[in-house]
Design a protein around this ligand. Sequence first.
Ligand code: GN1
Ligand code: MG
Length: 385
Amino acid sequence: MSDRILKQQLAEICKHFRIPGTLIWYKQKKSGNINTTYEVMMQEETAQGPKETGYIVQKINNYVFKNPEAMMNNIDLVTEHILKKKKEHGVIGRRYRLHFHHTEDGKNYLYSEESGEVWRLMNCIEDCVGFDESSDPRVLYMTGKAFGEFQMNLSDFDASQLVETIPDFHNTKLRLETFFRDVAKDEYGRRDRVREEIATIRNLSEIACRLSDMLANGEIPLRVTHNDTKSNNVLLDKTTLEPLVVIDLDTVMPGLAVHDFGDAVRFAANTAAEDEADLSKVSLDLDLYRAFAEGFIGVTVDSLTQTEIDTMALGAVTITIELAVRFLDDYITGDKYFKVNYPGHNLIRARSQLALVQDMLRKYDDMKRIVQEVAQEHRMSVVEE
Ligand code: GN1
Ligand code: MG
């Protein structure tokens, strides 16, 4: 699509959401493997002169999210609940609030019958920053704190109100079954190129399924969780790094706290990008891991069960294997799910995740010890107060 047509389309969308002014520029955001995100700048004339306001406009991927209406209803309920909680805690102000605008017919999304596209529009948070990567432990600490607070804010949310936007999203056992079925089908003739990776995944299957089994046996509780805890899904204050809002609420569903912990460290405590092709750069940084644990467990410790504390590190291993499986499955089945920037991108991602999990397994005892230490420290600080 040409620049001009896209700009026109975005301006139309803003009009449907009743945003005043004229669209003066837009930029596509690079992060996100599923939806397509733009930042747009609107300008309106006021008595004091021209005023510029930024918004985020997103095209929802409805191949991935089959029921965008239910998803947007989840988001409405969750954002309202969090807003109420924040108010109770005296956290007030536009910068702490994720707000989706409504169309002329009162919906928080726009569906075009003509194109089949689904769009939504939200406010921009001023003076914020979201990190795709960082080697600063403070960033990891604040990110952990944000996701921990997010979980605490939703601890009394009635999960039965939520529709599962992607059923069995973090059912690792089922992900593996699907993967091996797709490998057996080999519809795109790619299996022979990835024999080694398939064998590695087979060897990791036992450990990958442990949490699924524990959940099935009732050994670990279901909570309302975020389920996509990448560091760029937290907006921090540009200067103080204090958490402002958690974004990307598409997969807020009943889930495991240890998955939220694990997915975050998988992404943010990795010394390389998720899709790093040079595997020698991929490793788990234990200092960053500890910093995230300090933030996350510091806030949630009193609500976590001992089993959850004991399986935090397993959560990281599990989610990293799960991501490898999902990326490789998408490669085998023709790259339909994740956006790819070049042929073989999903394979590179899968290899990178497998390298990361090998490093986690080398450091597994340290990962478990760190979590116990942090939990102990925070429990003690509560007792002492
Ligand atoms: C997808 O699009 P993004 O980056 O928010 C995916 C997550 C993966 C992630 C890996 C709905 O999230 O589960 O962990 O890519 N989201 C969905 O980068 O599948
Ligand atoms: Mg996401």
